[in-house]
Design a protein around this ligand. Structure first.
Ligand code: G3H
Length: 540
């Protein structure tokens, strides 16, 4: 049954219901200095993870459209526009009042909402995310922006008073940093891009935005929304290969903040390209290999349910996914057996199908990689323990449970970012603890237990290894008001609705010695409301 389903997983084009079909999108518009320009150069074709079968029985990835392969010249034009709009802090945007900036962001949200159907469909087709999850990604992004607005109002209200200490009066606020380069990941191409782009903008920075390798076309409908919502040069778009367009931007020394969600390898390369690395503030969401640790006293049903969802939501393509599962030796047979049974109940298919959980991957290269890491583990003594685990059909791979995975195998330490689930049993709790201590990653961990003593002892050690310990639940970023960060190769900086506002700004003070003359000057400034910074106005 599963084998048959894998063999026939891809539809004929005519079998796809018209409401799910998509017309190719030619992304030739780009936004620089408030103008939507037509790109004239070379383009890259975009293919979906979803394949279609033609009348001769050939299976090929569906053509979705094209995006520009820009060069250094276009990239530097975008930089010039962003620098001009920032104007070394003198520009309209960085000097605008918080209230006014909020109005622009709210206008953008309205424009964004109008394009929901189009963007959701493109997320689904471009990265193969289920329709339900693509909708969730869109709605979560809108909520994130609205929450950001509220958080900024709160921040501003708290800054609308003077602090008095040792005869000094000071008003402490937050000011922008300059030009921000925003680069999001392909697995959350809308949400994770906007969780940096929106806080960067709302704090008064100007932005150059480059979409990831997969998940480019979905931004096409939003270029006009940016153009109509923000003053010229505040948002500028760049498309193409990172090496070609990003390298000259960083090398120029004129990028003040790098907001990048991707691999630590690329982050290191970029950071070192800056002529004065200390001037480049980095906000990075990087690699992770979050383990689950299942103790023998845990509730098996909960542990299995959470581990299935943790390891396989969006086919394991989440930075927070569970990527290594440690089960207590006395518990392993019953746990693994139930895990495999639940896995077999997951519906495989096309992203628009109701209740589908496992969908195709973004490229054939990914499939080759998964085969390699499974072969590597098998050659070193592991087994794929679920039937049809690792079976492929073009861009589709059936999830593989690999057991037991040991330190010499690539799956032990590499972030697989896909539906390959390594298991290892342990007898002594020091084994999974040592795994985390020796790991290059330090994002999160999930522990499964019902014993308060064990949970406490483990948590007290693990909070010094990772940045979030989850009890009896999978790892995750949300809710978005919680801090999201990591140690070692997993992150730099902390994101959450309120933290992001801090990350993209710096504290600035206006201070004066209390004296009759100074008090009179400041009182006049406040009464006449002539400064945006020196102000006790309270945003409602
Ligand atoms: O890819 C990493 C995302 O930040 C994970 O977010 O835990 O909400 O899926 P999530």
């Amino acid at each position: 049954m599963i084998k048959e389903k894998i063999k026939n997983i891809f539809p004929k084009e005519n079998d796809i219901l018209s409401k799910y079909k998509i017309e190719p999108v030619i992304c030739d518009d780009y936004l620089v200095d408030g103008k939507i320009l037509k790109f004239k150069g070379e383009f890259r074709d975009v293919y979906s993870p979803v394949c279609v079968v033609d009348k001769n029985g050939n299976t090929t990835q569906m053509f979705l459209g094209k995006y520009p392969l820009m060069g250094e010249e276009e990239a530097l034009k975008a930089l010039k526009a962003a620098m001009k709009a920032y104007d070394r802090g003198k520009g309209l945007w960085p000097t605008m009042s918080v209230e006014e900036r909020i109005k622009h962001i709210l206008k953008f949200v309205e424009e964004l909402k109008k394009r929901r159907d189009e963007v959701v469909k493109l997320i689904m087709w471009e990265i193969g995310k289920t329709l339900a999850d693509s909708e969730k990604e869109f709605d979560r992004t809108v909520d994130y922006i609205l929450d950001t607005v509220e958080a900024l109002k709160e921040l501003d209200r708290n800054s609308s008073k003077f602090i008095i200490s040792q005869g000094i009066y000071a008003q402490v606020r937050r000011s922008p940093l300059g030009v921000v380069l925003c680069m999001g990941p392909y697995n959350y191409p809308l949400n994770e891009t906007y969780t940096t782009l929106i806080p960067a903008l709302i704090m008064g920075n100007t932005v150059i935005f480059k979409p990831p390798k997969f998940g480019v076309l979905l931004h096409t409908p939003l270029v006009r929304a940016f153009a109509s919502s923000f003053p010229p040069g505040v948002v500028n778009t760049v498309y193409g290969d990172g090496q070609t367009v990003v390298t000259p931007l960083i090398k120029s020394g004129n990028i003040d903040v790098l907001a990048f969600i991707g691999s630590s390898r690329v982050a290191d390369l970029l950071k070192h390209q800056h002529p004065k690395p200390h001037r480049l503030k980095c906000v990075l969401g990087l690699d992770a290999k979050n383990p689950a640790i299942i103790l023998e006293d845990s509730d098996i049903d909960i542990a299995v349910k959470e581990c299935i969802s943790g390891a396989l939501s969006f086919n394991g393509q989440r930075c927070t996914a569970l990527k290594m599962i440690f089960v207590h030796k006395n518990f392993q047979n019953v746990f693994i057996e139930k895990f495999v049974r639940e896995l077999e109940n997951l519906k495989i298919g096309m992203p628009w199908e109701d209740g589908v959980k496992i969908t195709p991957m973004p490229s054939l290269d990914r499939i080759t990689y998964f085969k390699e890491i499974i072969e590597d583990a098998v050659s070193k003594g592991a087994r794929v323990i679920n039937e049809f685990g690792g079976e492929t059909n073009h861009t589709f791979i059936y999830p593989a449970v690999v057991y037991p995975v040991t330190p010499s195998m690539r799956l032990w330490s590499e972030e697989q970012f896909g539906p390959v689930i390594p298991f290892k049993y342990f007898e002594d709790i020091s084994e999974p603890i040592d795994y985390l201590i020796n790991s290059n990653y330090g994002q999160q961990v999930s522990i499964f237990s019902n014993d308060p003593e064990r949970i406490s002892a483990l948590t007290d050690v693990l909070v010094n290894q990772v940045s979030r310990v989850n009890l009896n639940s999978q790892c995750q970023r949300g809710p978005d008001i919680l801090p999201f960060t990591g140690r070692k190769d997993s992150a730099e900086g902390t994101l959450s609705v309120s933290d992001a506002l801090r990350v993209f700004s710096i504290r600035s003070l206006f201070a004066f010695k209390a004296s009759e003359a100074n008090n009179k000057i400041v009182k006049e400034i406040l009464d006449k409301r002539i400064s945006k910074f020196i102000s006790t106005d309270f945003i409602l």
